[in-house]
Design a protein around this ligand. Structure first.
Ligand SMILES: Nc1ncnc2c1ncn2[C@@H]1O[C@H](COP(=O)(O)OP(=O)(O)OP(=O)(O)O)[C@@H](O)[C@H]1O
Length: 300
């Protein structure tokens, strides 16, 4: 969606990226996200081992790995909900710890797994709540007309217009996930984190959410990091993959280089998948069959 919103969201993706901006300029700019030996520990559990990872502006990453491999903990480090037990996380070259809550909310948004909770508030209220980083302490927008226009455009784009007066607890899970996407769009972040955004959705809404995120990414140079379980969805939508094993980087790179049959089979404990390439999907797709039963379960 185009972001002709006047001075709305001065730190928005549109500012962080110009269509004609060269790749070289982007590479010279500080990375959108940088982990420098960053680790996440809960009591005795080392969920993320010290990790170096760089996400440049405008990249679309998927974070993959078996259950308990540290995907959500990694996302927590990036969003600031988890404090690193070692190392540092930087956003745009600046330590995450230096951001105020409001500054962080202008820069980064998180789309949760289950969309918005089924509360008694309307979809319109939910979208307006996304504007909180731009409102003063009395809840006023600097430019109310432009904000209103932005919300109307988001609602139109997400086909939420007829749902605006409806309460969240009257919507389906798929509709609530769309409303959640509308809320994070209203937030105008430069970086979007998605935590298994398709977990509770049928295949129509899975593709729907991913297509909308892809369009947003393509049109505005949004930086996207999505935790996904579905390797095929990841290969289809992400340009770069980070594959985790027990809190460590097992592999990173393009879907073609990361999703090799031997690696995927060994990591997930399944038979090496068959790789299928279909032009209309434009990415490798994996066909799975069960392998040997896992002899031990680490309890993670
Ligand atoms: N709040 C917590 N307290 C203690 N241990 C935790 C906590 N959150 C996660 N862990 C542990 O950290 C490790 C990594 O968990 P995490 O949720 O990051 O993995 P994940 O890859 O996202 O898993 P899943 O795919 O099952 O969602 C696991 O061993 C988990 O038990």
């Amino acid at each position: 969606m185009s972001q002709q919103t006047g001075d709305l969201g001065s730190e928005s993706a549109a500012d962080a990226w110009s269509a004609e901006g060269s790749r070289a300029a982007n590479e010279a700019a500080p990375p959108a996200i940088q982990l420098i030996g960053a680790a996440c520990t809960y009591d005795e559990v080392q969920a993320v081992q010290p990790l170096n990872w760089t996400v440049r502006r405008g990249e679309f990453w998927a974070v993959l790995g078996p259950n308990g491999s540290g995907k959500s903990s990694l996302l927590g480090l990036v969003s600031g909900s988890e404090r690193p037990s070692a190392g540092e996380v930087r956003l745009d070259g600046r330590p995450l710890a230096d951001y105020s809550r409001r500054e962080l909310a202008r820069r980064l948004a998180v789309l949760p797994q289950e969309g918005l909770p089924p509360l008694g508030i309307t979809v319109r209220d939910a979208l307006e709540m996304g504007r909180f980083p731009y409102r003063d302490r009395f809840g006023r927008e600097q430019n109310p007309a432009a904000a209103e226009e932005l919300l109307a455009r988001i609602a139109g784009r997400l086909e939420l217009t007829v749902l605006l007066p409806r309460r969240l607890d009257e919507l389906s899970g798929g509709q609530r996930q769309r409303a959640a996407l509308g809320q994070v769009m209203a937030q105008q972040p430069g970086i979007l984190l998605l935590d298994e955004p398709t977990a509770y959705l049928d295949v129509y809404y899975q593709l729907d959410v991913m297509e909308l995120v892809r369009e947003w990414h393509a049109e505005e140079g949004l930086t996207v990091v999505a935790v996904l379980h579905d390797l095929n969805l990841a290969a289809q939508y992400a340009q770069q993959l980070l594959l985790l094993r027990e809190g460590q980087c097992e592999a990173e790179g393009t879907p073609e280089t990361v999703l090799t049959p031997g690696r995927v089979g060994a990591l997930y404990g399944v038979a090496p998948p068959v790789i299928v390439r279909r032009e209309e999907i434009g990415a490798p797709q994996l066909l799975f069959r069960a392998g040997e039963r896992r002899s031990t379960d680490s309890g993670k």
